[in-house]
Design a protein around this ligand. Structure first.
Ligand SMILES: [Zn+2]
Length: 295
């Protein structure tokens, strides 16, 4: 049928278009979730295991990019991957900035982290009173939370509105044409894996874990903490991201800049830190959620 053929053609063309960048690449999310899963309390590990679909084999990191794969099916979720701040304002405020393009409050990555944290806090309560059984899908809540905790640590996921977090800034990564946002989602991590880690995310995780228990060990408790006994505290992470975006990601970059060894060498430490913090904090948040839900 001509109609079917046309539909197929459209589908093929759409699939071939570069996907809009909506988070760390697959490896960034995998690294964050592997770090996190190794730090879960017994209660949190048990809950995560129960909530993961059976196909995941108990491996959270295999599904940490799920939220990017469903962004077309769940159109409403697209604005939940990032925060836009006003141009050249190197700070973030929930009240000012956490909204979507229509101005609906709370529709940003920080609001999404708060929302899915609240949903997951109902875990274990539905069996106590079947009448108050939650309609929330807690498996999806876990996968969204695990993904968005990663995204909010990517500095350009809290970036300037007019350049869409560096998505409209064309650059060259060494000899390859790309955009600044993609350099931070994917390129720096890929180059590090190629140069230092035998192409693999596994060795990258090992190296970061060594720093978490070694060079950074005196900072880890501060990373984990939330003020005022909050279960989740994404605003702190968003503020850190826009600061890193201004001080590091955007710094010295203009349209058509070529970014190579100097940029890679000076920015990789920032990427390392943000991946480690993302993993440590995802675990700390899940431990607070599922620790509290066990009576
Ligand atoms: Zn994302």
């Amino acid at each position: 049928q001509a109609g079917t053929a046309l539909l197929l053609l459209v589908a093929v063309v759409v699939a071939a278009l570069p996907a809009p960048s909506l988070g760390w690449g697959v490896d960034g999310h995998l690294i964050i979730c592997q770090i996190a899963q190794g730090r879960l309390s017994d209660a949190a590990a048990k809950a995560v295991n129960e909530l993961l679909p059976s196909g995941a084999g108990g491996n959270l990191s295999s599904l940490c990019s799920w939220a990017d794969r469903v962004r077309f099916r769940y159109h409403w979720s697209a604005p939940l991957h990032f925060i836009d701040v006003p141009d050249n304002v190197c700070s973030y405020s929930y009240d000012r900035d956490c909204k979507d393009e229509e101005g609906v409050k709370g529709r940003c990555v920080a609001g999404a982290i708060n929302n899915y944290t609240s949903q997951l806090l109902t875990y274990g309560s539905s069996s106590l009173s079947p009448s108050s059984k939650s309609s929330d899908n807690l498996t999806e809540a876990l996968l969204f939370l695990s993904h968005f905790m990663g995204d909010i640590h990517q500095p350009l996921h809290c970036g300037f509105a007019s350049d869409r977090g560096g998505n409209t800034i064309d650059v060259h990564w060494y000899r390859r044409k790309t955009v600044l946002h993609h350099v931070w989602d994917v390129s720096i991590i890929q180059t590090a894996e190629k140069d230092y880690y035998d192409e693999g995310a596994g060795e990258f995780v090992d190296a970061l874990n060594k720093n978490i228990t070694g060079a950074w060990s005196d900072k880890v408790q501060e990373w984990e903490e939330c003020a005022k006994n909050q279960t989740a505290c994404p605003d702190k992470y968003g503020s850190e991201s826009i600061t890193a975006a201004c001080d590091s990601a955007y710094k010295g970059v203009t349209e058509d800049s070529t970014l190579s060894d100097e940029y890679f060498g000076s920015r990789l430490p920032v990427v390392n830190l943000r991946l480690a913090q993302g993993g440590v904090r995802l675990a700390a948040t899940l431990n607070r959620i599922f620790g509290q839900s066990k009576a």
